[in-house]
Design a protein around this ligand. Sequence first.
Ligand SMILES: *Cc1c(COP(=O)(O)O)cnc(C)c1O
Length: 434
Amino acid sequence: MNYLDSPSNFDTSTWYPSLWPPFTQIASANRPERVIAARGALLERDNAPPLIDAISSWWVTLHGHSDPYIAKAISEQAKQLEQVIFADFIHPQAERLSQRLCNKTGLERAFFSDNGSTAVEVALKIACQFWENREDHRDQIIAFDGAYHGDTFGAMAVGERNLFNAPFERMMFPVSRVQWPATWWGDKDVNAKEVSAINQLEKLLETPTSAVILEPLVQGAGGMAMVRPEFLNAVEKKVKAANALLIVDEVLTGFGRCGSLFAFQKAGLKPDLISLSKGLTGGFLPMGITMSTEEIFKAFIGDDPRLTFWHGHSFTANPLGCAAANASLDLLEKNPKKYLDFEFRHLPHLKKLIKNPKVINPRLHGSIAAFNIEVNGTQGYLNSIGKALKQFALQNGVFIRPLGDVVYLLPPLCITDDELEKCYSTINKGLETL
Ligand SMILES: *Cc1c(COP(=O)(O)O)cnc(C)c1O
């Protein structure tokens, strides 16, 4: 028996020729529509009314689509210096960006790569080699249940093991797991869940550990599963007491998504390594950055070549990406209220929505609002109820992408009050039809 013993009659030639889409089973997916332009919070389709992009195009579009200020910065940079090898040269955009990020995060070094998964890979490799360089061999890496850190091998290994990575199970390095005490409005068990997770972590930390990796405040792909800042504080205390490194994966939460510039700041953490991507360039270009402390950086410096961090990507610190990121930071600095206050824009809508009995476990951090749909039967990603809601929303001008029974809104900062209102009312109506 193999999986292909249950073949599909799907005729692949009816799909867009030559395209292989991400995270999609084309035998059961709806055919994707063609987008020809995008402005602000709107996606413009071929021969169909515009759609409100209520999830920032997979969580990347920060200010808005085709923001003219960022577009101009990229265009000017493209005419000045489009790319240069970053091993032998540096350039002003990268210098400026790294200095600004150091000022904003309190860390001291920025290592560039090209996406969120590589920003995580780099953090993991730096953490492991940091201890190797000190000849302090540590075998354990700790991550959390439900985590998602990307799709390359290392990032995949620290993520939750599930359907998506099952084919590679035997090829991934071992990772120890701690419960993630996800919580929501009115959750009575939150203290007990947190205590149990901390006890579990403390026990695991008795084994020499190179690093603990977590998504601060919100686990994204794991179902917009939110924890309290107090919990992350308690985690950090244990990690520091065990002298392990703390990696925070801010790929989703960074750049104001959680209501502070970085989520670790809202939680009061002092991480050793930070992974950044997605909103880094305002969502215009792929780029990843791993921030590190000076102490870690220094452990890679010396005459023995084995100390070197032998890692790099062709497009390391691509000047166009750096220009976009600098422009995006300008916009965040110019109008911080946009992300600082976004939570208060969601709040009245979410409070109203939870009167719908199908809405359970409401939760909110900054611009990320989420809830579960009350379902009978299978919970989780493969539950089809979210898919039905997504279809309804699409027909009514709103693009959402529920994670199984988890519905969330994560719009770009430019979304208007009317557009936000439309997202919520469409979801409310859609829930009635389920
Ligand atoms: C999306 C995501 C990643 C992976 O980023 P890619 O750019 O898609 O490789 C890593 N960590 C978190 C928390 C993410 O949300």
